[in-house]
Design a protein around this ligand. Sequence first.
Ligand code: UDP
Length: 240
Amino acid sequence: MILLEENMIYEGKAKKVYSTTDPNKIIIYYKDDATAFNSLKKGVIQNKGILNKEITTIIFEYLNSNGINTHLIENINDRAQICTKVDIIPLEVIVRNVVAGSMAKLFMMQEGQVLSEAVIEICYKKDELADPMINDFHAVSLGFATKEDLDNMYEQTKKINTLLKDFFDKIGIILVDFKIEFGKDHQGNIILADEISPDCCRLWDKETKKKLDKDRFRRDLGDIEDAYQEVLKRIKGMTL
Ligand code: UDP
């Protein structure tokens, strides 16, 4: 399938979105572009689009077979997939199992402390504001989501975390934290959208604690493509 630029409806930092002849379906194309620190740092990670599309596909299929509805319909080539068209809820849902990143900064803590219970945060998706962390009262009163939407998202998020922690544990990886996004389909169902890949998760090797995620890009640690390849290799090697 040829993706015509005239059908592109949105270009984000890491993906492009195209319309299809079906109003309820879109095509998502994964780019190699990488950004960090609210786009202050920009670069390219060779083959990232291919790797993230493949990793997301396997994870979304795993979640789907365990009762989580996702937007993924089918892959059309090594960088593009057909997905259900959704209205993205403008919230980034962040789950933390281990202290790292902005949480370590906020509480002036070392990275690595295992949290006694998973922490769920929500951030308002707004680049101009650098995606500020908000609470449920903000989300509801500013009209980003209803109380029912939030309950639904939190319930799905907890299930997703349990499933993913187990998934990564089986391949020797600690799921430190991750970010997910939800959207509403044309029937109003809240389904998991966007992607789940080393771009939006912190993944540490269980034995060596080596970072196998975008922190290698954020912190100039090198071997970025190799780390993403390693995650895919381990995922492919596991029997689901
Ligand atoms: N994250 C993301 N997109 C964002 C912000 C965070 O995918 O815009 C992911 C990030 O990769 C990490 C988790 O969410 O796995 C928590 O990120 P954190 O709040 O620590 O922010 P960071 O310091 O990574 O910007």
